[in-house]
Design a protein around this ligand. Structure first.
Ligand code: ZN
Length: 157
């Protein structure tokens, strides 16, 4: 079924044709009005789907670091989680969509990772697999993202 979209599905990203996007990019994946509070979900895509992916220890360290550092710069970060396909992350913010502001937040948090000496909470007390981390891998992945900062807004070729 390569390149073929089937019926409309419940999950927004299942309706995204992953053969048509060009990584890296950041896009709004979903907006949910909870009655007074708006949740916006961002797709932060590092790798070209079905071509490349991040290794798990690097992803894990990006997850920990971004989750911790981004909250130093924004008080509306609800969640930052890895995609199971290992090509990127979902960032959830309790606000109206703000793609430019979110790209700035992502850039700042990535620069924090580049400047870090360790991964926050990478130990057996604070994490479910404290040994499965790679700060060097995380730094390499965010550096690759930052090198293509100008392309983040372009989702399709
Ligand atoms: Zn962990």
């Amino acid at each position: 079924m390569k390149g073929t979209l089937l019926e409309q599905m419940n999950v927004e990203s299942f309706n995204l044709d992953h053969t048509k996007v060009v990584a890296p990019f950041i896009r709004v994946a979903d907006v949910k009005d909870l009655g007074g509070v708006t949740l916006t979900k961002y797709d932060i895509r590092f790798c070209q789907p079905n071509v490349d992916h991040l290794d798990m220890p690097s992803m894990h360290s990006i997850e920990h670091s971004f989750a911790e550092y981004s909250r130093n710069h924004a008080d509306d970060v609800v969640d930052f989680s890895p995609m199971g396909c290992q090509t990127g992350f979902y960032l959830l913010r309790s606000n109206e969509p703000d793609i430019d502001g979110t790209m700035a937040l992502v850039e700042t948090s990535f620069r924090d990772i580049l400047n870090a000496d360790s991964v926050p909470a990478a130990n057996e007390v604070q994490c479910g697999w404290g040994e499965s981390h790679s700060l060097a891998g995380a730094k390499a992945a965010v550096q690759t993202m930052l090198d293509k900062r100008d392309a983040w807004g372009e989702v399709y070729a």
